[in-house]
Design a protein around this ligand. Structure first.
Ligand code: BGC
Length: 803
């Protein structure tokens, strides 16, 4: 098949249209949401191929384009997902190789996609979110001008796709292939100022996953296990009689009785139906949908059989940039699981999960995961594009929506007040700063600063001098999800041990501080001073409200200590006492994790910060629930939404809200890179031009090796432990510089063979360095110590105090 190359031009919304003549056309064949997918067609003559013919194309709905029967490009789910009413992406392809002198035919298939298929869950699904009419806008041009452009003279007809939807799946009847274009098209009103060139790479297929085993269930259907949970679709080759029907259902887990369990997909049918045309092998992959699955169950009605089947993962995350490997296979699998959850949930927007009736751009999930996403993948353009959607969804009073693109902004009836949660909306301050730190992107700071300030002002407006008060009813102004899914409380709005007001106030502090720093980078002194002053006021009030004079926090739990210690909210004089209480809070849960979405990324860094790396290691490495490695030991191949999504008996915790592919808890990988392997960028010299190396040696891991391909080159760090001796090898890009910070407990430090007297900040130049030092105890001793702490966990468990 000839290839058309995708090219991305940059253009911001509001500038001149990239279309000289094309009009947005609606196919008369389109009968509305849930009906067969239509196509629009034109036959056009080309006198001679100049070699620079380009197709510029977009749609209301999803599109796939064919020229002379050959698919244009390999992009999926185009034009992508944005706040369509304000921003609509278009793509540009070189198509000279697909054209011929004489008559040519262009077909554009259209489908409901995010534009009008169901969004939001069961009780209040939103259909026709951005509109109820599918439409296409396309133009082929060359140096001499426009070759063909959509207008009212195009024809329309129906594709073999009888039904399709993001959650629904796809029904494809191969007997309907080649249907005529027997209807017309009409030009509809369209504002070209919303057009933007696709701002990140399009979604693409990844390497297919082969079936690892298959079996028949009680009803004779075949279940295929692809060995890996992922977002994508099954690709199959089948053969059989015309009219025979294959029905494919998808699941992340099995039910324990040889069947699949997909109850957790809720109202997402996530079903593919394929009707054979007969006459030989028929290859098929869905066009306008994706599912989150590891298992596919195929039922066959009529005379047909599967010749081959594979799972094809798809993702926007197609540029891996980092890896972390250690001497512990479970930890390695955890990192791999995180990378899979990243791929599965970076599909046009950063989503919570890829399988159930959500798949939405939840801001809180992205907020906690962004640093990990930047270590593992080139996430720059992807997150920058999404931030533009977040800004487009920002409400007049500065509130940031819970999800973006936000369907409830378009249709608020079922979800009034779906915006304004602290910890979620803070994505608008946290993520630009992450992009600045990792990629040195000043433009993103400039674009987002006004929205950051408006968000801080919003939080301020719901604060009361300036402790943020948080109503408990979802949708009420200032409601926050808090430390969502802490391992305590019920599954609905869990009652975490930390206070929602506490977490919201910490986030007001974080966001005001980041807005101040962003303004400083941009040289906006006035905004910087105002935001600094805000942050200062919050810190003072926070200390008065939430810290007892003993150093104990009024919310005496892991998340509260972790967040306030990590963000320097505890006065130095009280820190030793607070650290003691923090350790007690960890001990009370049997040295297991006690944090939800917001506390999790902070817990281990905060324990290291108070000088308790062994305790951090114990919490991290323990293998029971709640804990990261529990999931891995239970066979997880992606990160779970809940610590106990699968119970020790192998059954699902519940079917209501129980995703097996939710990246939030994978945010611990940031800690593995920056604290365990020990390298992190410096916001003062961003994009790894200056790198801090500060390893936390967890002797039980034996060895660790990590790298990250930054925009200035590869950064590497690897250590191995022999007895009490450590060899730490690091590599910096040629033009970068580094600073080595070693714990005062590490002795006999030598850098590149030269003994160093003091172990605090040592400068490193570009290139490779070998650092050696001695731990205060041998690996064996630290293993014994950890064993003791782990025993505490088991005692605590067996006494049944895990509520
Ligand atoms: C989503 C989340 C999200 C949360 C709000 C859930 O339904 O899947 O990951 O952040 O709601 O707390």
């Amino acid at each position: 098949m000839k290839k058309a190359l995708a090219r991305c031009r940059t253009r911001s919304a509001g500038t001149a249209s990239p279309f000289a003549r094309a009009r947005m056309i609606h196919p008369a064949a389109d009968a509305g949401v849930g009906s067969p997918a239509p196509f629009v067609r034109q036959i056009f003559a080309v006198a001679a191929i100049e070699g620079e013919e380009k197709l510029t194309v977009t749609a209301l709905g999803l599109y796939r384009c064919f020229i002379n029967g050959v698919r244009v490009g390999a992009d999926l789910l185009t034009p992508g997902w944005t706040c369509y009413d304000k921003r609509l992406s278009f793509q540009t392809y070189d198509v000279a190789s697909l054209l011929k002198a004489g008559d040519n035919v262009i077909d554009i298939w259209l489908a409901d996609g995010w534009y009008r298929s169901q969004l939001m869950w069961g009780a209040d699904p939103i259909f026709n979110c951005w509109g109820d009419k599918l439409a296409a806008l396309a133009e082929i041009s060359n140096r001499s001008g426009v070759v063909v452009a959509t207008d009212s003279f195009w024809q329309s007809g129906l594709t073999p796709i009888r039904k399709s939807g993001i959650y629904l799946g796809e029904v494809y009847d191969a007997r309907e292939e080649g249907a005529p274009a027997d209807k017309g098209c009409s030009v509809i009103a369209f504002d070209p100022t919303v057009l933007v060139a696709h701002e990140s790479n399009a979604v693409r297929e990844l390497v297919p996953l082969a079936e690892v085993r298959s079996w028949r269930d009680a009803e004779g259907r075949t279940i295929y296990d692809f060995g890996q949970n992922a977002a994508g679709y099954a690709s199959l080759v089948a053969t059989g009689e015309p009219g025979a029907r294959l029905t494919i259902d998808h699941a992340e887990i099995l039910d324990g009785d040889g069947g699949i369990d997909n109850a957790n997909m809720r109202t997402a049918a996530a079903r593919i139906e394929y009707v054979l045309k007969g006459g030989g092998d028929e290859a098929y992959r869905p066009h306008f949908t994706f599912q989150g699955f590891r298992y596919a169950r195929v039922a066959i009605a009529g005379d047909a059989r599967i010749v081959s089947i594979a799972s094809v993962p798809i993702s926007s995350a197609i540029r891996p940039r980092g890896a972390f490997v250690s001497g512990n296979a479970l930890v390695n699998r955890l990192v791999e699981n995180t990378a899979w959850s990243l791929r599965s949930n970076f599909i046009e927007v950063p989503t919570d999960c890829p399988q159930r009736d959500e798949r939405l751009g939840w801001t809180g999930d992205a907020q906690v995961f962004a640093p990990t996403a930047c270590y593992l993948n080139d996430s720059h353009a992807f997150l920058r594009k999404w931030l533009r959607d977040v800004i487009a969804d920002q409400r007049a009073d500065g509130a940031i929506s819970y999800v973006s693109p936000d369907p409830t902004r378009m249709q608020p009836q079922g979800f009034p007040g779906f915006f304004g949660s602290a910890g979620w909306g803070d994505a608008i301050c946290v993520i630009p700063w992450v992009l600045w730190t990792h990629y040195g992107d000043r433009v993103v700071l400039k674009e987002t600063l006004p929205a950051m300030v408006r968000w801080v002002d919003f939080l301020w407006s719901i604060s009361d001098g300036p402790i943020v008060s948080t109503p408990r009813t979802i949708g009420a102004r200032g409601f926050t999800f808090g430390d969502w899914l802490q391992p305590s409380g019920t599954s609905e709005k869990p009652l975490p041990t930390t206070g929602d007001d506490f977490v919201a106030t910490v986030y007001l502090f974080i966001s005001a501080s980041l807005a101040a720093r962003a303004a400083e980078v941009l040289g906006d002194k006035r905004v910087a001073a105002r935001m600094r002053q805000r942050a200062g006021t919050v810190r003072t009030a926070f200390q008065r409200e939430f810290i007892a004079s003993s150093g104990r926090l009024v919310y005496d739990d892991q998340t509260s200590y972790a967040l306030s210690i990590l963000h320097d909210l505890i006065p130095a004089t009280l820190l030793p006492a607070a650290a003691r209480y923090f350790k007690e809070a960890v001990a009370r849960t049997g040295n297991r994790i006690g944090t939800g979405f917001l506390g999790t990324p902070a817990l281990l860094p905060a324990l290291v910060k108070i000088g308790e790396p062994a305790l951090a290691a114990t919490v991290f490495l323990q293998e029971g629930a709640p804990g990261w490695l529990y999931q891995v030991k239970s066979g997880a191949t992606t990160i779970w939404e809940r610590w106990d999504a699968l119970l020790p008996n192998g059954r699902a915790f519940s079917s209501g809200m129980n995703s097996f592919n939710h990246y939030a808890y994978g945010a611990v990988c940031e800690w593995l890179f920056q604290s365990v392997a020990g390298f992190r960028p410096d916001a003062d010299e961003p994009a790894f031009r200056h790198v801090f190396f500060e390893p936390t040696i967890i002797a039980e891991l034996g060895s660790v090796s990590a790298h990250h391909d930054s925009i200035v080159g590869r950064v590497e760090a690897a250590w191995r432990v022999k007895g009490a001796n450590v060899i730490y090898d690091v590599t910096l890009p040629a033009d970068s510089r580094g600073t080595l910070i070693l714990s005062p407990s590490y002795a006999d430090v030598a850098v590149d063979g030269k003994r160093r007297r003091r172990a605090d900040r040592l400068p490193l130049g570009g290139g490779r360095h070998r650092i050696t030092f001695r731990l205060s105890q041998t690996a064996a001793a630290s293993r014994a110590e950890r064993q003791r702490l782990t025993n505490v966990s088991s005692t605590w468990r067996s006494e049944g105090r895990d509520g």
